[in-house]
Design a protein around this ligand. Structure first.
Ligand SMILES: [Zn+2]
Ligand SMILES: [Zn+2]
Ligand SMILES: [Zn+2]
Ligand SMILES: [Zn+2]
Ligand SMILES: [Zn+2]
Length: 330
């Protein structure tokens, strides 16, 4: 029988960069450095000879690297729930009868790989698909860029440049590539999620549609910008141009890419695009997108709207946005 000892809270573990880490994260969420969780606090008196991480002498396999660490006469003769130094989080996925502690990658008793579904994180790493939080720069599991910005560096650079030449100062927005969703949650107006699934699909064909990605980011930034300046939506000038945006909703721009293929339409005289006609918030996001991708050059924009036979209200939208941005600068 393994001795059960009272649970002692594990002392803080800090990365060399100073960031405080949760137990057994493989990488620092701030700087990405790989971590080694040895038996620094003398909890088990044993470390894996292969990876250097803390193990129990009772175990047959290292739960971190999966190597066979069995020793005759030392290892337990049957699977345990939680040997001293470890906690029980779940039963082994493979059903060997032993216990595993979150977030072990392998069962210490049978060596089977473990999965941890339902991890409590805000999002999913675009590199390894495990859980990450919005503020993380690096994924604690794979160490890659947790924002996914490294997957679309050209698009990010282009959007930054477009905002700069449109003279729109960054308002603290944070771009995150996440599977299956493009949108901004009004409760977190600065977090801008970009659906990375079609980007990855395209990637395999070596043909990322850059202008589409740039457009999508600019559109989502429009949502973020509006939530950030929500008071503006109460003003007469705004309502006259865009209407009542009040019904706040969780934006999920799943249809955006399809609508995009049709460019600026001539069939919707009161909206810049067909998608803009779906909701006043989309109307604003699309107006913002065009303003930014046309570098805030009002004369050219208005001429373009004239060619597309847009109604007076479309001019009003651009003029109101331009006026608001000018006021922000002064
Ligand atoms: Zn670090
Ligand atoms: Zn190991
Ligand atoms: Zn097992
Ligand atoms: Zn990852
Ligand atoms: Zn939208």
């Amino acid at each position: 029988m393994a001795a059960r000892r009272p649970e002692t809270p594990r002392p803080d573990h800090r990365c060399a960069c100073g960031e405080e880490l949760k137990p057994f994260w493989r990488h620092c969420s701030d700087c990405g450095r790989p971590q080694t969780w040895g038996d620094d606090h003398h909890e088990t008196g044993a470390e894996c000879g292969h990876c250097g991480w803390m193990v129990s002498d009772f175990s047959w396999y290292c739960p971190w690297c999966g190597e066979d660490i069995h020793e005759d006469g030392v290892s337990s003769d049957r699977p345990l729930k939680a040997p001293a130094g470890f906690r029980f989080s779940a039963k082994c996925d493979a059903g060997c009868g032993g216990g595993v502690q979150y977030p072990m990658d392998y069962c210490p008793w049978c060596g089977a790989e473990q999965e941890w579904p339902g991890e409590d994180f805000e999002g999913t790493c675009p590199h390894c698909e495990r859980g990450v939080d919005d503020w993380m720069d690096h994924c604690p599991w794979c160490g890659e860029d947790a924002t996914g910005q490294d997957l679309i560096p050209r698009a990010i650079r282009r959007v930054r440049r477009l905002l700069a030449v449109s003279r729109i100062r960054p308002w603290g927005y944070r771009l995150l590539l996440r599977p299956g969703v493009s949108g901004v949650d009004p409760r977190y107006p600065k977090i801008v999620e970009i659906d990375h699934s079609h980007i990855v699909e395209q990637r395999s064909r070596e043909e990322i549609p850059w202008s589409m990605v740039v457009g999508l980011i600019a559109h989502e930034l429009g949502h973020s910008f509006l939530y950030h300046h929500w008071k503006w939506t109460d003003t007469e000038a705004f309502i006259e141009a865009f209407g009542e945006v009040d019904k706040a909703y969780r934006v999920s721009d799943l249809g955006w890419v399809d609508f995009q293929r049709r460019r600026i339409t001539t069939t919707h005289p009161n909206h810049v695009t067909a998608y803009a006609a779906t909701h006043p918030q989309e109307d604003f996001a699309e107006t913002f997108r065009l303003y930014v991708t046309r570098r805030g050059r009002m004369r050219e924009l208005l001429a373009e709207m004239g060619q597309k036979r847009k109604g007076v209200v479309v001019y009003q939208k651009f003029l109101e946005l331009d006026r608001f941005l000018r006021d922000l600068r002064t």
